[in-house]
Design a protein around this ligand. Structure first.
Ligand code: AMP
Length: 583
């Protein structure tokens, strides 16, 4: 079975397709959203997901989040002697989801469709495939997140003829795609986006304003008092979510050790204020919107429906801005946190030729322009470094396009073909993908013609063929996502390293999660309640110490009940979208 995975900046999900449609697979805590957070505890054991998120509040220097933003870069994160790249951290999340899916389905899961922001470049896509390989998954297809969302809507709402605009504001990235739906056929007409704009930026802005109100500066606190910042970000995350349904909310400002007590200062924020403070972020989303409309040759009024994707679209300010721009209420019929993973499962079903999706067809576009470097003659001087596009962004894929270049000098027998991706005039601002040489060009005057053909397929394989027109000699170079970055030996080493990482056994993980959550709750409770919680906690710790399963289960249920009653979780009181039960 091929599963669909949404590898998100803040959360990741796994789903599969069965006869009734796509279905989300719950993790060992029974939740479908696994936080993309990883920690390493003092004993050198890995903490993954919700437990790492809890641990992060009190031990921010031992935990890492938002590493998806570092895909495609050389960035590394380390604690003690252990160092991870963004690829390895992503692999840990993927391996965890793979394990959860295997447990749930009762069979081995070896293949996956993984979603990425439409605006991810080739290096970021390659890194995602590598992460899959290290996690023991063959990545059957990389799918753009808004395309996946359109697939989920397309399957649920067939027999429609409409132009959809997918507005995808996740934790860390913003994407917009325009999709033509004609019954079961979905044609992506254009995509645009920003890889550094998401809900987390709204949280950071809020935290920054709160600190400002106390005479502090965000960056300074981040460096000098990480515990304070980590706890404050959690408070602001809760506030942000609460402000999606309430008109005001009070944030408690933690002290320098990250502790919160009744004596700490409080700061009240209104929904209106929050919208004003973050309006510059929403403004940044408008350039990609205009770009996508322009590339599709459409105007705002041509859009029939706007689909909301990503948890951050729950903010009322997003909805009202969309109403202002498009003059209509956006759709949120499928949960915006889940729709990408559900769509990934639909894509997995399409590849698997699953009968429940056998009538569907989807086409996508190349998100960036692809081309070669050229040299220009300007007033008698030669200037290299200019970009010559061959496949323009938002061309439907698969596609094959050719352009002719000429030799610059008399008797020139070689030409270097350097391949780039990007939208800039000069190649040094675009992404280098590879190069090769065309040789044995017949001697003669300048202006010998060479045809360069680019063929780009659905799996992101770019075949570049250069043909010397006079001799018909051909030279070929293939840029695959597999050719870059780590070689097979390095991947094998990473797989081995992954196998050696120590994690907590499943059952122990549940207990540790509850302990971490209770300890964090303890620090937030009024004194009188603390004593009560301390008594319950002690019973649970004793049971864990004795390792008596029955005793552990009994104490756990008492503690769980207490924590559920008092803990103010981020998701609480979230306005739930109208959901269809058909999934
Ligand atoms: P995703 O990557 O789709 O999981 O998006 C997660 C982002 O959505 C995070 O930045 C969350 O803080 C944000 N988010 C989730 N629920 C809400 C809500 N009710 N109000 C505002 N933001 C939310």
């Amino acid at each position: 079975m091929i599963v669909g995975i949404d590898l998100g900046t803040t959360h990741s999900l796994v789903a599969c397709l069965n006869e009734d449609g796509p279905k989300l697979i719950p993790n060992s805590l029974g939740e479908t959203l696994t936080p993309s957070v990883i920690g390493l505890d003092e004993k050198g054991k890995l903490l993954i997901g919700r437990i790492a998120q809890e641990y992060m509040v009190t031990a921010p220097d031992r935990c890492v989040a938002m590493f998806k933003r570092q895909m495609g870069t050389e960035w590394k994160w380390g604690v003690d002697q252990t160092v991870f790249t963004a690829v390895e951290l992503s692999a840990i999340i993927l391996k965890t989801l793979k394990g959860e899916a295997e447990e749930y389905l009762g069979e081995a899961v070896t293949e996956a469709v993984i979603t990425v922001p439409a605006y991810f470049n080739e290096h970021q896509r390659t890194d995602t495939i590598r992460a899959g390989e290290i996690a023991g998954l063959k990545v059957t297809r990389i799918v753009n997140e808004p395309t996946a969302a359109a697939l989920a809507y397309g399957l649920q709402e067939q027999d429609q003829e409409r132009i959809l605009l997918v507005y995808d504001l996740g934790g860390g990235t913003f994407d917009v795609s325009i999709v033509d739906q004609l019954d079961d056929a979905l044609e992506i007409r254009s995509s645009a986006g920003e890889t550094f704009l998401g809900g987390e930026d709204f949280t950071s802005t809020l935290a920054s304003r709160v600190l400002e109100s106390q005479g502090m500066v965000y960056e300074h606190v981040e460096m000098k008092e990480p515990e304070r910042l980590s706890r404050l970000r959690r408070e602001c995350e809760i506030a942000k979510r609460q402000l999606s349904s309430k008109s005001s909310f009070t944030v408690r400002v933690p002290d320098e050790n990250g502790e919160i007590s009744d004596n700490n200062p409080k700061f009240e924020i209104t929904q209106e204020q929050f919208s004003k403070w973050t309006s510059h972020l929403l403004g940044r989303a408008e350039l990609p919107l205009r770009k996508a409309l322009g590339d599709a040759g459409l105007k705002r009024g041509d859009i029939d429906e706007v689909i909301l994707v990503g948890g951050a679209t729950r903010m009322p300010t997003v909805v009202s801005r969309i109403v202002e721009i498009f003059g209509k209420e956006p759709l949120r019929r499928i949960n915006p946190d889940e729709v990408v993973a559900l769509g990934a499962a639909v894509q997995a079903g399409l590849i698997d030729r699953h009968e429940s999706v056998d009538d569907m067809v989807v086409t996508d576009v190349a998100p960036f322009t692809l081309g070669v470097e050229t040299t220009r003659e300007l007033a008698g001087d030669y200037h290299p470094g200019y970009f010559m596009p061959i496949i323009n962004r938002n061309t439907t894929i698969p596609v094959s396009r050719a352009q002719t270049v000429e030799t610059l000098h008399p008797n020139q027998t070689e030409v270097k073909v350097a391949i780039y991706q990007g939208e800039n005039r000069k190649t040094d601002q675009n992404l280098f993908l590879g190069e090769f040489k065309v040789k044995n060009i017949p001697r003669g005057p300048a202006g010998q013609e060479i045809e360069i053909r680019f063929t780009y397929d659905l799996n992101g394989v770019l075949e570049v063929e250069a043909m010397v027109l006079e001799t018909k000699d051909k030279f070929q170079h293939v840029v695959t996502r597999y050719a870059r970055g780590m070689n097979q030996q390095q991947v094998n080493q990473a797989i081995q390293a992954m196998a050696e990482l120590k994690t907590h056994p499943r059952e122990e993980s549940l207990n540790r999660y509850l302990l971490k959550r209770s300890e964090r709750l303890y620090s937030e409770l009024p004194l009188i309640e603390r004593e009560h919680l301390d008594i319950i906690l002690r019973g649970f710790e004793e049971a864990l110490e004795i390792q008596d399963d029955e005793l552990i289960a009994r104490h756990r249920s008492v503690l769980q009940e207490y924590v559920d009653r008092f803990d103010f979780q981020d998701g609480e009181d979230d306005p739930q979208p109208e959901q269809s039960d058909e999934w």
